[in-house]
Structures are given as C-alpha cells and as structure tokens.
Write a protein that binds this ligand. Structure first.
Ligand code: THU
Length: 132
C-alpha cells in the first residue's frame, strides 16, 4: 500500500493544474502487479480536463490491461494533502473494468495515512447497458 501511495505522490509532481491549483496523482495496480500512474491534466477550455485516475486507467487499458486490484489517489492544493475521493466520472470509468466489491480505492494523505474504500462503497450503482 505504502509503495503505491508513494508512486501516486510522485505522479502528482507532474500534475498540470494551472487553473484550479489542485494537484492530483494516482497509481493503479493491475492484477499482474504492473503499476500505471496518472496525474490531472487541465485545459484552458476547462471541459477537456482529465482527472488523475482516468489518466492512469486510460494508460493501462491502452497498454492491454483489463484487470485491476487497487488505485491510490493523493491530491490537494500546493503544499497540502487532502485525500480527495474520485469524481463520479472516474468512478464510472472504474466500474467499467472493476468489480465493485473487490476493487480498492486508497484515499491518501501520505504513505501511512490513508482510508481504504471499495468501489461499491463510493459508487453503489453505475450506468451499464446490461443490468449488472
Ligand atoms: N481531479 C482529479 O484529478 N481527480 C478527481 O477525482 C477529482 C478532481 C482534478 C480535476 C481538476 O484538474 C482538479 O482536480 C480540480 O477539480
């Protein structure tokens, strides 16, 4: 857990957030142990902004990964760590690939200070074309 959080903290250093000033990093652990990191990437036009969690997921899926164990997330304004929960859009992306009762979401303020949630706790229902 600690190492995954440290990787999320390192990814946060690359966050591009000149508009919100809120810097987020994520580290996604795949079933095979590979880790993909991500940061938020903002845009002058605002809506194209991509969250750290989705950056990590899209990197992983684009490399052929489909099975995931957990994701660590860190975020806050410059010099702060507030352990933000993922937004609804990111949770919907997670729900596309992960089992709600198994996939873990670590909301971290630091390597030793984190809350451990299941995807299903943060997103009890999600949109699906079939009734899962
Ligand atoms: N953000 C994330 O990267 N992940 C989330 O789950 C919530 C929000 C980013 C988007 C934006 O760049 C900044 O945080 C402020 O909303």
């Amino acid at each position: 857990m600690e190492d995954l959080i440290l990787q999320a903290m390192r990814a946060r250093e690359n966050a591009y957030a000149p508009y919100s000033g809120f810097f987020v990093g994520a580290a996604l652990e795949c079933e095979d142990g590979t880790v993909y990191t991500g940061c938020n990437i903002e845009n002058a036009s605002y809506t194209p902004t991509n969250c750290a969690e989705r950056t990590a997921f899209f990197k992983a899926v684009s490399e052929g990964q489909r099975k995931f164990r957990r994701i660590a997330i860190v975020g806050g304004k410059q010099g702060e760590m507030t352990a933000p929960a993922p937004c609804g859009v990111c949770l919907q992306v997670m729900a596309e690939f992960c089992e709600p009762e198994n996939f873990e979401i670590l909301l971290a303020k630091g390597p030793k200070e984190y809350k451990r949630k299941k995807l299903g706790e943060l997103l009890p229902c999600h949109f699906s074309l079939t009734d899962k």
